[in-house]
Ligand binder design. Structure first.
Ligand code: ADP
Length: 162
């Protein structure tokens, strides 16, 4: 049986911390699925289709990585695709409590599922999608924190066509 790592998240938008985790998964697993949560309730900046399309472009060179969207319970989605391993990124101790609760809840809901935590490169350990959007919309220079493609889409979405 193939070991498939599922990296779930909102990815609104994807940034270099996320990509670093996906890249770190590649040598450890037979395949990686980036699973984009359909969370329209959170009023995302990018639609789930836009988020999936952006990530697909970025991971195109990696044929062991695929991108999908899901809604509802992660453990149900994992059952559907026959995967057992969830990989979550841990940036700092502050992430721990929430991630620990999520992992325990997922274990309760789907005992087959194991959650694995990975840490990103230090220079990405302060990054979050929320901060990326906030800094960019206030005119901050976020080059090097997100791929150029994401920077372009953020510019179009936040500043509009000029
Ligand atoms: P969520 O809405 O589920 O928190 P995110 O899109 O914010 O989803 O994050 C998806 C995954 O990426 C989570 O496992 C999160 O911990 C991880 N992650 C987010 N930012 C970083 C980062 N800078 N470095 C490493 N992992 C990160």
């Amino acid at each position: 049986m193939k070991r498939i790592a599922v990296c779930p998240g909102s990815f609104d938008p994807i940034h270099n911390g996320h990509l670093d985790i996906v890249e770190r998964c590649r040598p450890l697993f037979d395949g990686v699925v980036v699973a984009v949560l359909q969370n329209e309730g959170k009023a995302p900046l990018f639609s789930v289709e836009e988020r999936v399309a952006m990530i697909e472009e970025l991971v195109a060179p990696w044929d062991d990585v695929r991108v999908e969207s899901f809604s509802g319970l992660l453990v149900h989605y994992m059952d559907e695709i026959g995967a057992r391993i969830v990989v979550r990124g841990l940036r700092a101790v502050s992430d721990f409590e929430y991630e620990f609760q999520m992992a325990m809840m997922n274990r309760h809901l789907g005992p087959r599922v194991e959650t694995v935590f990975m840490t990103p490169r230090e220079e990405f350990s302060f990054l979050s999608s929320r901060l990326v959007k906030e800094a960019f919309s206030l005119g901050g220079d976020i080059r090097g924190l997100v791929p150029d493609l994401v920077l372009e889409r953020l510019d179009r979405r936040i500043n509009g066509e000029r």
